[in-house]
Design a binder for this molecule. Structure first.
Ligand SMILES: CSC[C@@H](O)[C@@H](O)C(=O)COP(=O)(O)O
Length: 352
């Protein structure tokens, strides 16, 4: 069984506090939209799909016990709270797209005269509750499509040596994971020799979170420093790289955890296939290319400190962008729940 980072049942929401991992596995209660917003902002929950799911579920938690005077009052509350949740972190698009879809749904329910206020609330809440199951099913499909596509480039009896970055597993999604889902599928098919994964400085999602998941699932693995990727590719014959995404532009340019771009450049130099694994909820069809993606900058203390321990000299100036954009030209394929596409195929797929 994979880890369950988000527990939700009938209006009760708990998340595994990712700030305390890997040393302390503690669930915290999310009792309101404010709690949801804070958990996302402080990265108690992180990873593009998990941000959207926890944000939207925090709205369910808040709406459940409330009664509203009118359908319009309910729709206004929904709209205000979703627009607030979007402000928590700017780069991942999943929360924004979920908010847009849910606001459209709320307007439809409000204007449908055959639906009363209680039905409106129930139908709205149930649409959010379905996100959990859908995300797990999408991730399993991503894992299977990705494993198949990557294996196609190798002789049948091959076992692969994969590289991944950041954390894209059960802790970043409703379960199973995107890029880590592909690794899980390769492992389940007995086609994985080893997965190398980066520490992912400065926040160490690799060393803290991916390590925690790989150990939990007994998947063969090796941790490397971010600065070791070129040497790794030069000496260890890496079969392919697979990473996640926070936002994919319609031309295939992809924002993901800082450091992804330099791994893609290095993979290109060593002729190692470089894949993005992401659900359709990470594709922003409104932006033509990656120059339109806002890159979040995080506090300097995330670079100068690890927890309470200061590493850098006091008073040092820092630049701490949380993400970078990998150009489509460096991407071999985008693995989605509907199949694997070349970046230039994305526009047609989204339109179809
Ligand atoms: C399935 S998670 C995909 C991405 O969100 C992931 O690769 C990533 O960049 C996470 O960044 P984070 O800052 O930890 O939220």
């Amino acid at each position: 069984m994979t880890l369950q980072a988000i527990k939700y049942q009938n209006g009760d929401l708990e998340i595994l506090d990712q700030l305390l991992l890997p040393h302390n596995s503690k669930y915290i209660s999310i009792k309101s939209v404010n709690d949801g917003w804070n958990a996302i902002k402080t990265m108690q929950v992180r990873g593009a799909p998990a941000i959207a799911i926890v944000g939207c579920l925090s709205l369910c938690v808040e709406l459940k016990p409330q009664s509203f005077q009118s359908k319009t009052a309910l729709r206004e509350e929904i709209e205000a709270k979703l627009n607030y949740l979007i402000t928590s972190r700017p780069t991942a698009v999943n929360m924004k797209l979920a908010a847009e879809d849910l606001i459209t749904l709320a307007i439809k329910l409000e204007t449908n005269n055959s639906i009363n206020i209680n039905d409106m609330k129930e139908k709205f809440i149930s649409a959010i509750e379905k996100m959990l199951e859908k995300d797990i099913a999408d991730n399993q499909a991503i894992g299977d499509h990705g494993a198949k596509d990557i294996l196609r480039g190798f002789p049948e009896d091959s076992k692969l040596r994969m590289l991944t970055h950041c954390n894209t597993g059960s802790l970043a999604t409703a379960g199973y994971g995107t890029a880590l889902g592909v690794i899980r599928s390769l492992h389940a098919a007995n086609k994985l020799e080893n997965v190398y994964f980066t520490e992912t400085r400065p926040y160490n999602q690799g060393a803290r979170l991916t390590a925690y998941e790989l150990i939990h699932d007994k998947i063969p693995h090796t941790l490397v420093g971010d600065s070791m990727v070129a040497a790794l590719m030069n000496t260890k014959s890496i079969s392919a790289v697979v990473v996640g995404a926070d936002r994919v532009a319609i031309n295939g340019d992809t924002a993901n955890k800082i450091g992804t771009y330099q791994i893609a450049v290095t993979a290109n130099h060593h002729k190692v296939p470089f894949y993005i694994a992401a659900p359709f909820t990470s594709i922003d069809k409104k932006i033509p290319d990656g120059t339109h993606i806002v890159i979040e900058e995080r506090p300097a203390t995330e670079m100068t400190h690890i927890g309470n321990l200061q590493l850098a000299a006091s008073g040092v100036n820092c630049w701490n962008p949380a993400f970078d954009v990998t150009p489509a030209s460096l991407i071999t394929g985008i693995i989605t729940e509907r199949g694997v596409f070349r970046p230039e195929e994305l526009q047609n797929v989204v339109d179809s």
